[in-house]
Design a protein around this ligand. Sequence first.
Ligand code: AVJ
Length: 335
Amino acid sequence: MMTRTALTRTQDVGSFYTPVTPTRRVPDLIEDARDGLLTRPRSLPPKYFYDDRGSELFERICTTDEYYPTRTEDALLARHSGNIIARTMPDQIIELGSGSSRKTRRLFDACEAAGHVCNYSPFDVCEAVLEQAAIDLGRQYRWLTITPLLGDYHAGLGNLPGSKGTSLYVFLGSTIGNFEPDRAESFMREIVSCMASGDWLLLGADRIKDHAVLRAAYNDAEGITAEFNLNVLRVLNRELGANFEIGNFDHEAVFNEEQARIEMYLESRCDQDVYLGALGRSIRLQREERILTELSHKFSPARLQQLLHDCGLEIERHYEPANRYFSLLLARRRE
Ligand code: AVJ
């Protein structure tokens, strides 16, 4: 039995959350570093940004003037949550990569306004963030049954606990843009395979727009995005016993028009050797050589429609602001 308040511990697992085990092996940092750093072009998966400091920096990025996605999506949710809840009337809301769950509150506010009661399963890989979110939400929404799920949502979708009634899956923040296009599609298909017919998906996706606006969002004047990007080197120093000299790297974020994506890099400021302790090897980086740290794809409405259609979904509503900076798509699994 799941408990009604976040702080009451469940007997079976002895903790506030339900662990979700991956259905496939998830490579660890050592493997990812071996795959990404030992050969050219060099790259790292973006998930290593998010240690405690990185998560904090990401929260700060979201409040910069230049980084419009968070506030645009939040405004869309504030505006349309009533409509979304009225259409979906979910028995549970399952959020992939829930983080602080801040924007999701818009949906709970709408539930409250409609007198609709539901269960909420925030699914996140970071235990501390998950616990804090559960505590805060439990206090604010006493009626909300919270079932936190801890694990890697990329690999854990096949092991979600069973649920009754209608589910609304929520995947916000344009995190879908982090995937290469074919991976985005296979991930979406995995979400759809969790869905029963009649279940819903609410997807947030960033749009293609004026390039200067896009570039500025990843090059904020305060340099917080640069700090966020460089932070991954601290993670490597700590977790991999590496000796990256942070000051020897520059943050680079460019818009690749052909691929419709922001590419974020760490660029070496000089010829340098870096020792990767856990790999027992050094790598030589040339001046101006780059390590790709993140892809952030931007979408056209046509591309989003195609993606959802190809994954077996039917779009119910497409919410966008007047400036068309961001899309919120409400879709249902096709019969
Ligand atoms: C959370 C992955 C959607 O790609 O815009 C923000 C992360 N990186 N600034 C994005 C991010 C640099 C963000 N996502």
